[in-house]
Every structure is written in structure tokens, then in C-alpha cells.
Design a protein around this ligand. Structure first.
Ligand SMILES: *[C@@H]1O[C@H](CO)[C@@H](O)[C@H](O)[C@H]1NC(C)=O
Ligand SMILES: *[C@@H]1O[C@H](CO)[C@@H](O)[C@H](O)[C@H]1NC(C)=O
Ligand SMILES: *[C@@H]1O[C@H](CO)[C@@H](O)[C@H](O)[C@H]1NC(C)=O
Length: 276
């Protein structure tokens, strides 16, 4: 009857023994379809690989393809915090800052930097033609009281904290003049600060930088600033602004300056740090 007939056609559709068709197509028809897709996707994969290959070939591995209109480095401040808030009599309060500074400075350990080259002070270290670029030494111990070496708390325990400033790497940048970091506290009275290296100098010997691939062990010069806060400064919000000065590096637009805010809470009055 009808129902049986329908089942027969359905079965025939899946596999028809008389014509040898499977799902309405013969084996050779299926073969052609598979072959078509195989060739088609193979072609797509080939096109993709070829395009990638050509693109990667034309990229210079040392110079980023797209650079900012004018390459101007920004400043980075460590510890990384919009506000540095701490209670100098309670180490758990400032341990994270201290740890961050230690982590930053590991690659500047004297033992590591001694493997690098001594370069000429005040001169660019140009080495465009050298295959292996030398790296100029920047020893952690140059940061003296802010090196974390004699004083492992970077001054946080005595309420005179250090911050460390570095300039972002820009390939090929050669700042004119004699760049240095200048920090100012935004307040009426002067806030005494101590710079390491002296005068906050960013020596020209650390420029230019040749990129990650050519210059893998390169270290940026650092400037550490110790804020010589006094008792009167505790519990007052301090805003400190640091800039690169003395060179053609732009520092007057919002992208290039960094504003660090430093806020301090007073330590327990019975445990005031001794002011030397
Ligand atoms: C600072 O830490 C000390 C020691 O833990 C504590 O006695 C004091 O109350 C803290 N001060 C503030 C303002 O949190
Ligand atoms: C760098 O020196 C510090 C302090 O001497 C030490 O704790 C740290 O393990 C050293 N780091 C490296 C990478 O050598
Ligand atoms: C640092 O900046 C302040 C404010 O802009 C300025 O008065 C001072 O002369 C600068 N110091 C140096 C050494 O350039």
C-alpha cells in the first residue's frame, strides 16, 4: 500500500541498488564533489599562506611598520599607581610598592649589568652597521638610596619614598640636548627631592634603541626621585609632576607628561620616623 511504497522510495533514496546511487548520487558524482571542494579549499589555503608570506617578507623585523607621526616617548612612573598611599609604620601597607620596585630593578642588578658595555658619557651609542648591538651598562647601584640595596624599603619605612621614572622606548630616538627629569610638587612651598643619577640625567649613551630583535638586552636609563617629605607633609595630598626637560622631547601635551599623585597618611604619632 501507500505507506509501504513511501518507505521503499525513502530506502531507495539512501541507497538504490539498481542504479548504485547513494543519497541520490553515484559514487563518481560524489567523488567529483569531494574533489571540487578539496581543490577549492586548497586554493584558499594557498592564497592565504602566500599573502601572509609576502606580508611578513616586506616587514622589517627591527622597525615597527606603523609609527606615530612624531615619535615622542611618554614617561612611566613606578610604583604603578595613580595614588601612592601608605602608612610608613605598617609594612603591609607599602610592601606592594617596594616589591614592584625590586622587580623592576632585577634586570639592573650590578652582576647582570657588568656583562654590558661601558659607553661614552654624553655621546649617542650609534651602531647602525653593527650586527650585534652593544648594550650600555646601567647599574642599579647608581640609584644609591633608591637602589633598594642599602635600604630595601626604598625609603618607604622612613616616610621618604622613592619613585622611579623611565621613558618609554622609541626605536631610533636621539634626544637633542641633555635630557633630564624634573619633578615638581604642585603646592606653594617647595618639596625637597633627591635625584639619582644626579640632576635626573638621562644620558645620551642609552640612545638610540634599535628594537627588540636587534637589541634584546637593552635597558632603559632610569631616574629615581626620593621625596624628602617632612612631618608637616603627612596626611596632605601631594601631587608631583615629572617631565623630561633640556631636550627636544616634547613634554607639554597631555600624552607626554605623566602626573603622579602621591598621598600620604601619617604614621602612628608614637612611632614617627626619626627625621635625620
Ligand atoms: C599606621 O600603622 C600603625 C601600625 O600598624 C597603626 O597603629 C596606625 O593606626 C596606622 N595609622 C593610620 C593613619 O592608619
Ligand atoms: C638582583 O639582586 C637582588 C638583590 O641583591 C636579588 O634579590 C635578585 O634575585 C637579583 N635578581 C637577579 C635576576 O639576579
Ligand atoms: C623644574 O621645573 C620647575 C617648574 O616648571 C622650574 O621652576 C625649575 O626651574 C625646573 N628645574 C630645572 C632644574 O630645570
Amino acid at each position: 500500500d501507500e505507506c509501504r511504497g513511501e518507505r521503499e522510495t525513502w530506502k531507495d533514496f539512501i541507497y538504490n541498488p539498481t542504479t548504485g546511487e547513494f543519497l541520490g548520487r553515484t559514487a563518481s558524482s560524489w567523488g567529483l564533489i569531494l574533489l571540487f571542494y578539496f581543490v577549492f579549499y586548497g586554493f584558499l589555503a594557498g592564497m592565504f599562506s602566500l599573502t601572509m608570506f609576502v606580508m611578513l617578507k616586506t616587514l622589517d623585523e627591527n622597525v615597527p611598520r606603523y609609527q606615530d607621526r612624531v615619535a615622542n616617548p611618554g614617561l612611566v612612573i613606578r610604583p604603578h599607581a595613580a595614588e601612592i598611599l601608605f602608612n610608613s609604620s605598617d609594612p603591609s601597607n607599602y610592601n606592594q610598592y617596594v616589591q614592584e620596585l625590586h622587580n623592576l630593578l632585577h634586570q639592573y642588578n650590578d652582576s647582570i649589568q657588568e656583562r654590558n658595555d661601558l659607553c661614552l658619557v654624553g655621546e649617542y651609542t650609534e651602531q647602525n652597521n653593527e650586527h650585534i648591538k652593544k648594550v650600555c651598562q646601567f647599574k642599579r647601584s647608581m640609584l644609591r638610596q633608591c637602589s633598594g640595596l642599602p635600604d630595601t624599603s626604598f625609603g618607604y619605612a622612613e616616610g621618604k619614598p622613592c619613585i622611579i621614572i623611565k621613558m618609554n622606548r622609541v626605536i631610533g630616538l636621539k634626544p637633542l640636548g641633555d635630557p633630564y627629569i624634573n619633578c615638581t610638587a604642585k603646592r606653594d612651598s617647595l618639596l625637597q627631592m633627591q635625584y639619582f643619577p644626579p640632576e635626573g640625567r638621562l644620558d645620551k649613551m642609552f640612545f638610540p634603541y634599535y628594537g627588540k630583535k636587534a637589541h634584546p638586552d637593552y635597558v632603559q636609563p632610569l631616574v629615581a626621585v626620593k621625596l624628602l617629605l617632612t612631618r608637616d607633609d603627612y596626611n596632605i595630598e601631594q601631587t608631583v609632576e615629572c617631565k623630561v626637560e633640556g631636550s627636544d622631547v616634547r613634554n607639554n601635551d597631555d600624552r607626554d607628561k605623566f602626573q603622579g599623585r602621591v598621598t600620604f597618611r601619617p604614621p602612628n604619632t608614637n612611632e614617627l620616623p626619626k627625621v635625620q
